[in-house]
Design a protein around this ligand. Structure first.
Ligand code: GLY
Length: 414
């Protein structure tokens, strides 16, 4: 009986359509096998990355980010690059998934490279950098030894909050009076603030005693973003520039295309950040307006006429037929799995079924890499910034991170 189950699961890996047809049971049965394959990939990847981590031109460390096909080598980025927390985060998830101490040891090494970012207030990405790495380390190791770092990071992120606008400035210099740029990605980093609002702060004096403030910042940013950052149909803009002049305070003075196709289409990963972000904010606050909004932004994506049959979006909802974005699918699957539990009933079940379809597609050979075809990253076919000509149809460390997170979420669900 057991042998039969394994044969079925291997057959499923061979065909995306079979996965989707077979449903959640087959995917769940194959999760151990997907983790085993992922662990083998990451052992090879980590060896290649470790060999090159010291080759930064300014003496800082490099972390693995993507794959450079023309050079046939890992694309390594400076430790300050916005995704440097996702690589150690993926190692933490692999440790959680497999219990293999190799991943714990390597995750600690890469995580601790990020420590200087505890005082980084230069962008909202500090949340990604530190919560995906140190946040997972704290949770999985059940330790408070990183708390001072996390509290200080929350304080650094909250310095970007404007009381006047009720928003965190995602990009740009604090104090710039001309531009105040906000992106939907910023929703993800409110989780660090909610963590800091809820945990006992003992050791780091500057960042302690601010629980109410962190909660206020997170709720305010989510609510103001909800008001301005989405079209009537629930589709997201990428970059909004808010006016700070008296008399015009809080008015959207400019919409920028950013990483999307145009100002009037929805950039797929931005939409997924919103799905995940509003679902997370409902979990953290119990505010039902976030729950309703999470459904609205999810329904926009799921029911979009340009959503492909396999559930892996094109890089922009206005760009049918162009490159897919695995990272958008992985982030969205994480959000939908959680949302399904909050919503319940038939609608909740439909969110869960959509997430399962996405994960089944991502685990199929159409997206999951074989051997070293993309430097041992797990997922092929992501897009970082197509208008900028950066990383189009490549693996990305954050696609792998959210894919592993989604599989762990599914595994832990009833
Ligand atoms: N700025 C984050 C992203 O590219 O999704």
């Amino acid at each position: 009986m057991k042998k039969y189950a394994v044969v079925v699961s291997l057959a499923m890996v061979a065909s995306a359509s079979l996965w989707a047809d077979a449903g959640e049971g087959a995917l769940r049965a194959a999760i151990p096998e997907i983790f085993t394959k992922s662990a083998a990939h990451y052992k090879a990847l980590d060896a290649a990355a470790t060999a090159r981590m010291d080759r930064g031109t300014v003496g800082t460390k490099l972390l693995p980010y993507s794959y450079n096909r023309s050079k046939g080598e890992l694309d390594m980025r400076d430790v300050s690059w916005w995704t440097s927390g996702h690589y150690p985060g993926a190692l933490w998830y692999l440790y959680e998934a497999t219990g293999d101490k190799f991943f714990k040891e390597r995750a600690i090494v890469w995580t601790e490279l990020l420590e200087p970012h505890r005082s980084n207030s230069t962008h909202h990405d500090t949340g990604f950098l530190m919560y995906c790495s140190y946040g997972n380390a704290r949770r999985i190791l059940k330790t408070d030894r990183y708390d001072a770092i996390l509290f200080e990071t929350a304080g650094s992120l909250a310095k970007r909050f404007s009381e006047d606008l009720g928003l965190i400035r995602s990009w740009g210099q604090i104090g710039d009076k001309t531009n105040f740029l906000v992106i939907p990605d910023n929703m993800m980093n409110l989780e660090l603030l909610e963590w800091a609002a809820k945990h006992p702060c003992k050791s780091f004096e500057d960042a302690c005693g601010k629980a109410d403030f962190y909660d206020k910042v997170a709720r305010s940013h989510a609510s103001v973003t909800m008001k301005h950052h989405f079209r009537k149909d629930g589709g997201t803009y990428h970059v909004l520039n808010y006016d700070q002049r008296p008399g015009f305070l809080g008015v959207v003075q400019e919409i920028r295309r950013g990483q999307g196709l145009s100002c009037e289409t929805a950039w797929s990963r931005g939409q997924s950040w919103a799905i995940y972000g509003y679902t997370m904010m409902y979990r953290e606050t119990g505010d039902r307006s976030y729950l309703e909004f999470a459904q609205k932004v999810s329904d926009f994506a799921i029911n979009n006429p340009n959503m492909p049959e396999d559930g892996v979006p094109f890089w922009d909802y206005g760009a049918p037929g162009e490159e897919r974005d695995s990272s958008a699918a992985a982030v969205m699957a994480c959000g939908l799995l959680e949302l399904s539990g909050h919503v319940g009933g038939e609608k909740g079940a439909s969110y869960r079924a959509f997430a399962v379809k996405q994960l089944a597609s991502l685990a199929s050979p159409a997206y999951f890499s074989e051997g070293d075809e993309v430097g041992h990253w797990l997922l092929k076919h992501s897009v970082a910034h197509k208008p900028g000509g950066e990383e189009v149809d490549v693996p990305l460390n954050y696609a792998d991170y959210y894919f592993l997170e989604a599989l762990l979420r599914l595994k832990n669900m009833e």
